[in-house]
Ligand binder design. Structure first.
Ligand code: SF4
Length: 356
């Protein structure tokens, strides 16, 4: 599926998969091959004006402009971290809403962290985006265009994105239709040409939607935000745990076809005195037993806008990590990037709203 968003009068051309673009051009009386030309103009040549598509006849460009428009995504703010080189973008959408995306740079690769919704319904207490509630889903075009804008920024230094993670604002599985449509374009060689191994979708654990995601031919990597091996503790910070207990989440993960999934990352934000004890680590090891190809990503908390939590010390973090390693659980530590640029999701937008 990738029908794009049909406005009352016009279609967002950059929301359409090649298949639906072909349907559109045929419906307009153009030859089918026009669709590929238009698709490449949009996704390969950064074209945002139909009049710039110079290898398409003037008559066909006129027909296209009568039905088609481009998604609006304007850069409202850019902040570059002096500490770690990450770059945070605030984008303004056609209705004035603001979303965030970040370029993360580990010295070798550039990873885009993009948003899937304006706000979020999931209510995780450690997250700035949760405070907004869900305002609306992003369209397919708005998701894809974040990648385009970040690549445009990198192009100035002749670089481009290597990886893509859906870890910005919103729960991607709560906007699954548009996210799947965006993935179709991002994975398409004639679109953005990302390998499915280079894209990771992060979820707070909507188990039924995880199953639906894996009905795709080439599902992307999955990261699941767990944050506690204990349902009662998890419920305190992740209301989603009331609907989807860890036992059902683990069941679904264990049943995912190994042929389709490469690995699963369990995300665990370490919160001092809350979920960082050796007892927690023991329960986590027990919970993950029987789950193949899994690794744990320990995240040090970016204590920005959210009150009530802080990060454990480096020593405490290493102790937690060592326990997992000694019990044969693959684990790595990810530092929160961009602490000087409101790096955690939702923080930059929250900052803008504070001052506006
Ligand atoms: S952490 Fe993710 S799922 Fe939870 S509220 Fe924030 S954006 Fe939503």
């Amino acid at each position: 599926m990738c029908k794009g968003e049909i406005l009352p009068e016009k279609t967002h051309l950059d929301s359409l998969s090649l298949k639906y673009l072909q349907e559109l051009v045929i419906g307009l009386g153009m030859p089918k091959f026009r669709a590929m030309q238009i698709y490449k103009w949009i996704h390969h040549k950064n074209c945002e004006e139909i009049s710039d598509m110079t290898d398409i006849s003037v008559a066909d460009r006129k027909k296209l402009s009568e039905v088609g428009v481009f998604t609006s995504l304007d850069v409202s703010d850019i902040r570059k971290s002096a500490k770690d080189g990450s770059v945070k973008f605030l984008f303004r959408l056609f209705d004035g809403e603001l979303i965030e995306a970040v370029i993360l740079n580990d010295g070798k690769r550039f990873t885009a962290c993009i948003s899937s919704q304006v706000g979020c319904l999931m209510g995780c207490t450690f997250c700035a985006t949760a405070k907004l509630g869900l305002k609306r889903n992003l369209t397919t075009g708005e998701i894809v265009k974040q990648v385009k804008r970040l690549n445009e920024y990198l192009a100035d230094s002749e670089k481009k994105l290597n990886n893509l993670v859906f870890m910005g604002m919103g729960e991607p599985l709560d906007n699954l239709d548009n996210v799947k449509s965006a993935l179709t374009i991002l994975l398409d060689d004639n679109g953005y040409g990302f390998s499915h191994r280079k894209i990771t979708l992060s979820t707070c654990g909507l188990t039924d939607k995880i199953t639906e995601l894996f009905e795709m031919d080439t599902p992307v990597n999955l990261a699941v935000s767990v944050n506690s091996p204990d349902d009662e503790i998890r419920k305190e910070i992740m209301p989603v745990a009331n609907k989807y207990p860890l036992s059902s989440l683990m069941d679904v993960l264990k049943k995912l076809p190994l042929t389709k999934r490469k690995s699963i990352t369990i995300e665990y934000v370490l919160l001092k005195g809350f979920n960082d004890s050796i007892e927690d680590a023991k329960k986590l090891v027990k919970m993950l037993k029987g789950l193949d190809k899994v690794k744990v990503n320990l995240i040090t908390y970016n204590s920005g806008a959210e009150a009530g939590f802080s990060s454990p010390s480096e020593k405490e973090t290493l102790k937690f990590q060592e326990y997992l390693i000694s019990n044969n659980v693959g684990v790595f530590i990810r530092k929160s990037l961009g602490s000087d640029i409101e790096g955690a999701c939702g923080q930059l937008r929250a900052k803008h709203e504070d001052v506006s």
